[in-house]
Design a protein around this ligand. Sequence first.
Ligand code: NAP
Length: 292
Amino acid sequence: MLTGKHVVIIGGDARQLEIIRKLSTFDAKISLVGFDQLDDGFIGVTKMRIDEVDWNTVDAILLPISGTNEAGKVDTIFSNESIVLTEEMIEKTPNHCVVYSGISNTYLNQCMKKTNRTLIKLMERDDIAIYNSIPTAEGTIMMAIQHTDFTIHGANVAVLGLGRVGMSVARKFTALGAKVKVGARESDLLARIAEMGMEPFHISKAAQELRDVDVCINTIPALVVTANVLAEMPSHTFVIDLASKPGGTDFRYAEKRGIKALLVPGLPGIVAPKTAGRILADVLVKLLAEPS
Ligand code: NAP
């Protein structure tokens, strides 16, 4: 149980509702900032403005997956108010207070460094990233169906990267009957791709290997779908770029060549906010229950 733990949840999207529900079930004391338009009546939950938080009593601060922007602003879909988390606010929390965020940036890193508080980047955790790869892969299938006029079954699909997302995406497209080839750079990953019954290729050979591809799914957060690669692709290829902003595709050149290429961030929150929220909530409950 989380009895006696004071958690401030600042901003976010539908995923936060599952987290609030779970933390509330576990008896945490929850302060919600940026939720004034939320109607759900959660028990033990108090809505407030950020300047009303009693920081001295806060054990944990939960930010959205996106964290803050470089000015400390936190996004929320449940309020029109502008919410800014400052170093001064974090400074007032007890030393053991932990900040949880999906990802971080220079602003947040600086705040943590100056206040000497711990930041946990949830999206860097293998467990969360692997569970999250499931709704991400389902969302990718949705995109492929919506944006093409052919079946996935029988299509030539290339997946770039065999990390946590790449592996799930490659598996699911294979299961749907696509002819899947996967690009990676490490020899162990190339061996794993072959073991999984897919066609491996070295990422440096992408230009040649993608000449006959119908759908190209990038998961590598580096420029790999370059102008050279795009120049060799068929014009009907649909490029789905899942990598974090700015993605790994030369979108300017893709547009010039008439190749449809989309950067598609945040699929779990779009296609399965409930599941994505539960994934976060389950891990958070365990982390919050650990002795500080
Ligand atoms: P990951 O496990 O770290 O996998 C990334 C893969 O990219 C690794 O296999 C890595 O290979 C490879 N890679 C990195 N830099 C490379 C380079 N320069 N050349 C060739 N390969 C390179 O990450 P992940 O969890 O799969 O996530 C992948 C991306 O998707 C991230 O940007 C993440 O933020 C994003 N994401 C997007 C969504 C969405 O909804 N769109 C959802 C979840 C995650 P090595 O092992 O050789 O380094």
